[in-house]
Design a protein around this ligand. Sequence first.
Ligand SMILES: [Mg+2]
Length: 422
Amino acid sequence: MTVPPRVLPPVCCDLDGVLWRGTEPIPGAAAAIDRLRDAGFRVTFLTNNSSRPVRDVVRQLDGMGVPTPVDDVLTSAQAAAGLLATRVEPGARVLVCAGPGVAEALRDEGYEVVSDSPAAAVVVGWHRDFDFERLDRAASAVRDGAVFIATNVDATYPAEGRLLPGSGAIVAAVAAAAGRAPEVAGKPEAPTVELVRRRLGSRGVVVGDRPSTDGALAAALGWPFALVLSGVAGPHPSSGGEPVPEPRPPFVAADLAALASALIAAEWARGWPRSGSAPILPALRPRRSIPMAQGPDWKQFLDAGAQFVAVTRAEARRRARDLVAQGQLAQGQVQAFVDDLVEQSRARTDEMLDVVRREIQRQVKAFGIATKDDLARLEARLARPTRKPAAKAKKSAKKPAKKAGKRKVAARKPGAGRPSAR
Ligand SMILES: [Mg+2]
C-alpha cells in the first residue's frame, strides 16, 4: 500500500521582490520553492507585472531552477482581459498602452490589439517605453469614451538595488490627461480575486512582499498572508516602500527561504484546511490519535529541537537581546548570533520535518491506513473481535454443518474484510 499524496492548499506566490528583483534572483528562493513542492504544496505564481508574456515569465523561472507549467503563472494582464470581457465584446479594437504581456492576454480573449484610435477600450500597464506620444493616444481614446482599464496601480516596482516607477505612475498620467479614473484589474482588486479563485480554487495562502496588494488580496480571498521582507516592505522601509502592517500577518519572514520553513512547519504542526476527499494522514495529525514510536529517541529529538524550529530573524533578534541583557552575549556578537540561529533553525526544521514525516508514514502504513475508508474498516475490524470469536465458538459447537458453509462463503471472497488487500 502507498500513502496517497497529501492535499495541501496552493501557494499563490508573488514574483517581484519575492523570487527576484528585476532579473536578479533572490538567494535561496529557488531552493525554497523546491522544498515547498517536496512538502506537497502546489506553488503557483501571481504577478501584478503585466508587461511580459507568460512564456517569458516561465522562461525566467526555468532559468533560475524553478520549472513551472504555463497554467501556474497568473498575471494582472490576464485579470485585465477577464475584466474587459465583462465590458466589451470579443473582436473589438483595444488600444494597448502596456507591454506585450497585455497584448498576449487580450488576443487570447479574442480582441484586436491596436495602438491608436478608434478603440472600444484602453488598457494601461507597466512598460519601459512609455512616452508622451503613447500618453497622448491613450488619453485621447479614453476622452473619446473608450472603456479605461489599468492592469494595476503599484506605485513602484522593485528592481536591482532600487525602486523603479510602477504601473501606477503611468496609469496616473493617463488618468490625469483623460480626466477619468480607470477600473483596476490587478491585485488586490476583484478581477484578480476572481482569476485566482477560478484557477486555484477556494483555499490557499498568498505569499508576497507588498502588504497593500498581496496582503489585501489575501484578505479579499480570506486566505492567510505570508509576508516576505525581501522586496518593498520592511521594518524601516525606504521611500516608496511599505511598513510591516499591524496587526502582523500570520507569517512574516526575511525571505522566501525562511518563509518556506515556517509554512512547512505550520503545515505539520497545525494542518491546513482540506477538502472532503483529503487523505486521513493530515486529519490524524492534529488529533495525535496514533500511538507514537515504540522507541523514545525521535520524541526526545523533537522535544529538544522544537524551540529552534522556524525561528525568524525578528525572533532571533529578540533572543539575542535577552542574552545581551543577561550578560551571556556581547553586543558585538549579536549579528553573528542571529545569522547562525536562523540558519540552524532552517536546517533543524527540515531535519525535524523529515523525522516526523517518516515516523507518521511508518505508523500509518503499519496500520494499513491511507484514507478515511481505511480508518472506518480498521475501526470495524477492531470492534469485531470482542463479540465474534465467542459467537463463532458457540455456533461451531452446536452447529458444525453451518460452520462448513461459512468456510465456503469465505473462500468465494478472499479479500473481504481485509484492508491490506486493496
Ligand atoms: Mg512584489
